[in-house]
Design a protein around this ligand. Structure first.
Ligand code: FES
Length: 120
């Protein structure tokens, strides 16, 4: 593996990374941009760059599912949420991202199918 060079980018520590799909197939009503903005507000201190428990957030054009959106996936757990509206997002932020309890009603897939959530 090559060693980092002097011009390599740097990355502050973080605990989770959330992706929201804005593709036309799973989000035909284009709700994802509003969810992305709401996520920033709702994260509060969890969105701050110098917080090692930080939750990074990204918009992506497709997650390869293309149905039942808006879709959102949370890593490192690999927990996938469907039909995420503002109310669902608020629950996901509070219950999952703050308190470590995924919101079962909106989950349609997880990397670890036995349901165990790895330590963040
Ligand atoms: S368009 Fe959203 S998963 Fe493909």
């Amino acid at each position: 593996m090559p060693s980092p060079s002097d011009d390599a980018p740097s990355q502050a520590p973080y605990a989770r990374h959330v992706f929201i799909c804005n593709g036309q197939y799973c989000d035909p009503q284009r709700q994802s941009a509003g969810l992305y903005r709401a996520l920033s507000r709702q994260l509060g201190e969890l969105g701050q760059y110098d917080n090692p428990e930080r939750v990074k957030r990204s918009i992506t054009s497709c997650l390869g599912v293309c149905w039942g959106g808006p879709l959102m996936v949370v890593y490192p757990e690999g927990i996938w949420y469907h039909h995420v509206d503002e109310a669902a997002l608020a629950r996901i932020v509070e219950e999952h991202l703050r308190n470590g309890q995924p919101v079962e009603e909106y989950i349609f897939h997880r990397l670890d199918e036995d349901g165990a959530v790895p330590e963040a």
